[in-house]
Each structure stands twice: as structure tokens, then as C-alpha cells.
Write a protein that binds this ligand. Sequence first.
Ligand code: HEM
Length: 405
Amino acid sequence: MTKTAGLPAHLAHPFSPAGRVDPYPAYDWLRAHDPVHRDPMSGLWLVTGHADCAALLKDPAFSAAAGQRERARDDDLPVSMLTTDGADHSRLRAPGALLLGPAALASVADGIAADTDALLDRAVERGTPVDAVAELGAPLATAVLARLFGLPADRHGTLAELARAASVNLDPLAPPHVARLGRAAMGELTRFLDAHAGQADPACPLGRLAADPRLTRPEMLGVLGLAVVGGWQPLAEAVGNALYWLLPRPEVRAALRTAGQDAAETAVDELLRLEAPIPFTARVTVRDAELPGGRIPAGQRVLAVVAAANRDPAVFADPGELVWDRRPNPHLAFGGGPHFCLAARLVKQSGAVLLGRVVRRFPEAVIAGPDPRWAPSLIPRRLTAVPVALGADDRDAAGLEGAHA
Ligand code: HEM
């Protein structure tokens, strides 16, 4: 088999309808046989080994600016830190800490915990089964962004709608007509954020970002837009993916019920390792590049397939299993190198708050009905629905020792 040959015929290509639902057999083959692979079907290079992906994400020979712009962004829209490299990127990322850094997180943590209790109360009121994505994940993602942005409750619905519509921009392989709709939605989202930023509370993270002189207004809006597009749907879907893995495992739920926030965050890392909501990210080589598993010439489109790297048996024992207390866990679900997810702490913290509350408040929660199905979408990796029968509500248990915030 040559290095540019396709996958063996019995394996579904990861971008084919069957491969989108279960890409892991193809990823396993590629990682084992050709971790730096030129895919004859798409013309893209698929990098699937952990060492290769980790090296790629740090190597300036792989341009995020060129890689992310490849998907025909509308140049009227503000630049974002994900579409810049080097010094331009650092200049945009530094003020981004005002929105997503430790002080911002500390200022919204109690509010997010209260919102989480409220969304679980609403789910109980509506009765079971609840859809973990639509009724737990999406409201959590909206609440997190709304807290960061200081957005009043009557605007939450609009934010969620615009976020959902603009999320197609995550998929570098979206067909042109879908990408066009995504760009239009992005324009609308940017106008919404612009109007809101003019009235935001100066003390909320968005207010502090908006007042920072290091960014022009379009650059500031670029940071906000990226937080919505890069954050809302991946976080919403991660909740469904996590409960899909967690609920059928009573021993893990029992352990998490008495675990503190740190242990719950460790579990969130492991759940993200197993089902990376952003399974790959795009780059373009600006010069010839050398990775541990092979060489890629200049001018090539490359995908760092972090979902494959996250199951590399050279790094993770039992890579296809949920080892909830896995430590260390050098997964790449948040990327790596200079573009490492700026909200990783926020995601772990808010995910752990929600999952901790679900396992404590609803000790009998189960997936209701037939097995959930994976959607044939590429990014984010998501289930079409995750119906959950919550069972008895042990509301007092939500505040157990160690389960702060
Ligand atoms: C489970 C949820 C999330 C996952 C799996 C995730 C994953 C990622 C990944 C893989 C990257 C790197 C992309 C690349 O290198 O091309 C990234 C970047 C980023 N993420 Fe997240 N993310 C999540 C949620 C969020 C949220 C909620 C926000 C904001 C509120 C956010 C903000 C960002 C930003 C601003 C960047 C760009 C950083 C840079 O370019 O320097 N993410 N994220």
C-alpha cells in the first residue's frame, strides 16, 4: 500500500455518510498505517497520530489564518483570533482574556451555577424524558454566553437562534450553499452583538473587553463572534455526548456523586477526549513541514484530526473506554499550541457543574427509548437527540460537600 492510497475498501471513509456516524474504524486504520495521510478523495491531508497532531498544532509551518480562511469566509466580517497567525494572533488573543480569563470566570461562576439549577428545575417541570441536547446542553451554552455578555433574559432566545444558524461556519467541508447561509447568519450575529455591546454592563466580561483600547470595535466583535460560533454548539452538543457515555455506567455515576469539582472536571476532560465535539481543525502549510509521522509539502490543506489523536493507543490505555478519573489526560479536544481553546477552563468548570448536579439530583436518570443516533455531521460531533428519563429528583443532594458552584 502506498502512502497516498485510500482506505481499505471495507472501511467507511470518515467523510462518507456511514463514516460520519462512526469515523473511528477509519481513524484507527489511518493512525496505525499512515498517520500523515494524503486523502485521495478530498485532497486533504489527514493527520491522525497524537504526536503528529500535537506537533502540527504548535508548528508555525501550519497556518491557521490560511486554513480557516480556506472555507471562504466573508471578508466583510471581523477577523478573529482563529483566522490569524503569529503576532496578529497574539495581539487579538491577549485582550480575549478579559472575556474568558480567570477573573472573568470567577465573576460568572455563581451565576452559571444558579442558571444550571434553574434549567434543571425547568426540565423537571416539563416532565421526562428531556432531550439532553436541546433542554440541558443548549440552555447551558446560552446561559454561559449570556453571563459573559451580560445579556438580559429576553435576548437569550435570539442569541441561541443566531448561534445555531452561524454554527455551520464550524464545518470546513460545508457545501457552498450551506456555507453561504452560515456567512449570512454570521453577519446577523455580528450586528446583534454590536448592538448589545453598546449597552452592556461595563462590569461584565464583555463590558470590560469592549472598553479595552487594544482592540478596534470590529476586532472586539470578532472575539465575541468567535466565542459564539466556536463555543455555543460545541458546548451544547458536548452535554449530550457526555450523558450518552455517562448515564449507562452506574459505577462512574456513583463515583461522581461523591466527587468534588476537581474530580468532576477530570471526568469532563475524559468525556471530551472520547467524543471530541470539534473532531478536526484546518490548517494550510505555508512551507514544507516535517511531522514525526511524515512530511507535508508547502501549500497543502491539512486537517489535524484530534478525535483520532485522542484515541491513540500509544498515549491512552484503553483508548475506546471511559476511564473517568484518567490522569494525566493529554487529549487534544481543546486543540493545542497558540490557538488552544481560550475557554477550556470555562468549559470544564461549567460542564462539571452540570454533570455533577445531574448525577446527584437524578440518581435514577437513564437514557430513555432506543439508542441515540450520531448525526451525519462533521463538526460538531453530535447525537441527533439524547432522551433522558430523569427519575426521582433528589434536589437536596445538589449541594453535597465538594459540589460547590
Ligand atoms: C466543549 C466545548 C468546546 C470545545 C470542544 C472547544 C474546542 C476548541 C478547539 C479545538 C479550539 C482550537 C481550534 C484550532 O486550533 O483551530 C478552540 C479555540 C477557541 N475556543 Fe473553544 N471549544 C469549546 C468551547 C468554547 C467556548 C464555550 C468558547 C467561548 C465562550 C470558546 C472559545 C474559543 C476561542 C476564542 C478559541 C480561539 C483561540 C485562538 O485562536 O487563540 N470555546 N476551541
